[in-house]
Design a protein around this ligand. Structure first.
Ligand code: XMP
Length: 512
């Protein structure tokens, strides 16, 4: 792998993703990992990420010089660039001259490999106080900026390079190209991390893990569990049974999509459990968001366990498939080792004492890679590009108590919003589009010749990369207008449509 050493800023994940986009496998490791351990992973290259420290701070993370005596290509970014310069005998100075945000970079004539044939002046993303004033011996300085006399350097013989700016962010022009050039042209790595290869590798691993045992997988209808199950099916065929729990809190057409499209595309054995009565009974009269979540989590476990027992009657089920993704693993401080980091993620809360071993074929993957695998595995596009949908479903999009009538009403409004978004060709431009029913709020309206006293519906379209942060989507007004007109015309109980213009933070994406 290419190791991305995390110095504690939020950039390591982004760098790891960009490396994967260049079709090279990457893993994030903490800076506290001893160099001997990093080298034991036989890295194709090491990338030192940015970080919040000054290399002068007393507790600043240091780089063990052993990294540079090993014959491994190294690329330093921002803090990693300075730490590398310092470790190799260059000079880092506190200039007090901060550069932050978009900054012009000037490439020198002898622009080396990273900046070769790129424009002499490039906008790049900077975020630094200290700067490198003298490159270490053997390095050529290839660029400068107003606040950084050494903004990029290379030592081709030693297969090392570094940049003061952040090539991984979109604001840096040609940033991806620079990263790619480091990987291919300086480190000499071949781009082999492709969906086909990932599938082959995972299928072999799953076969090895599972042998001839039975496997179950809880399908949520979302892309992660769908792709995980399809991979396992590819590996062990009918040893896999999927369980889909219809809790009555789904959107229009969802259960059908899983039952028909998914089975048609994959041929997977599917057990659909109709648990609507059970969930709606347990939720009756409950308005507190946390309570709703707890009730749903609990009922999920019961239904799922019962289904597993029925399947187990035909043989021993020993394995449970989960769609855990790499960001979940990284955020839980994991990386390698035990599997039980996020057992709550996909099946709505599995108990600790569940007697299954986990199969998590997406554990090393990012969302965009999972989507690419899904397409490669022949899943329908509509499934692969589906917006995320929370496990507790529409229950946390009805502000107030949940009942069938309110659910039906919200389903109608939600379907209209989705139809219009799709018709406008905006499905991929919007990351997620909750529609929320303010069931306990009423407002006065005028419809036809009469007074109405109905409920408002909130549109909450957001853009995001990973749901940790989000911004409200600037949907074209015509699209918003069409959704509003259709909802108030077609859903009798709704006489007002409002648009949520809050980013996250401070708002969350869902209202509950
Ligand atoms: P928030 O509302 O916290 O949501 O900004 C972030 C993302 O997580 C989804 N979400 C959930 N997904 N179970 C899930 O599987 C849950 O309980 C849950 N709550 C929120 C939400 O839809 C958004 O994509």
């Amino acid at each position: 792998p290419v190791l991305v050493v995390d110095f504690g800023a939020q950039y390591a994940q982004l760098i790891a993703r960009r490396v994967r986009e260049a079709k090279v496998y990457s893993e994030i490791v903490p800076h506290s990992m001893p160099v001997s351990e990093m080298l034991a992973k036989d890295p194709a290259a090491i990338i030192l990420s940015g970080g919040p420290s000054s290399v002068y701070a007393p507790d600043a993370p240091q780089i063990d010089a052993g990294m540079f005596t090993a014959d491994v290509p190294v690329f330093g970014i921002c803090y990693g660039f300075q730490a590398m310069a310092q470790a190799l005998g260059g000079t880092v100075a506190k200039t007090g001259n901060r550069e932050y945000g978009g900054t012009p970079l000037h490439a020198r004539r002898e622009a080396g490999v990273l900046l070769r044939d790129l424009p002499d002046d490039l906008p790049v993303w900077m975020s630094h106080g200290d700067c490198v004033t003298e490159a270490p011996q053997g390095f050529t300085v290839t660029a400068e900026s107003a606040g950084a006399p050494v903004a990029a350097f290379e030592d081709l013989a030693g297969r090392r390079a570094g940049v003061q700016f952040h090539p991984e962010v979109g604001h840096t022009a040609h940033g991806q190209e620079m990263l790619t050039r480091f990987l291919y042209d300086i480190a000499g790595i071949e781009p082999t991390w492709t969906p086909e290869n990932i599938i082959d590798e995972q299928v072999a691993r799953i076969r090895e893990q599972v042998g001839d045992k039975e496997v179950i997988c809880g399908l949520s209808g979302g892309v992660d569990s769908a792709v995980a199950a399809a991979l396992v099916h590819e590996a062990v065929g009918d040893q896999l049974t999927c369980v889909f729990v219809d809790h009555g809190l789904l959107r229009a057409g969802e259960a059908e999509q899983v039952e028909k499209d998914y089975v048609a595309a994959t041929g997977i054995k599917l057990k659909v459990v109709d648990a609507q009565e059970r969930f709606l009974g347990a939720l009756a009269g409950v308005t507190d968001p946390e309570q709703k979540r707890k009730i749903i989590g609990r009922e999920f476990i019961r239904v799922f366990e019962a289904a597993a027992r029925e399947i187990a009657a035909h043989g021993d089920v020993e394995f449970l498939v989960q769609g855990t993704l790499y960001p979940d693993v990284v955020e839980s401080g994991g990386g390698t080792g035990t599997a039980n980091i996020k057992s709550h993620h996909n099946v709505g809360g599995l108990p600790e004492d569940l007697k299954f071993a986990l199969v998590e074929p997406l554990r090393t993957l990012f969302k965009d890679e999972v989507r690419a695998l899904g397409l490669q595995l022949g899943l329908p596009e509509a499934m692969v590009w589906r917006h995320p949908f929370p496990g507790p479903g529409l229950a946390i999009r009805i502000i107030g108590a949940v009942d069938r009538e309110r659910l039906d009403l919200l389903r109608k409004a939600d379907l209209i919003a989705r139809e219009e978004l799709t018709a406008a060709g905006l499905d991929r431009g919007v990351w997620q589009f909750p529609v929320v029913l303010l069931a306990d709020v009423r407002s006065v309206g005028v419809q036809g010749d009469g007074r109405s006293y109905g409920h408002p519906v909130v549109l909450r379209p957001v853009s995001s990369e990973d749901a940790m942060t989000a911004d409200w989507s600037r949907l074209p007004y015509e699209v918003v207008a069409r959704i509003s007109t259709r909802i108030t015309n077609e859903v009798a109980e709704v006489n007002r449509v409002v648009l949520d213009v809050t980013s996250k933070p401070p708002g969350t994406i869902e209202w509950e």
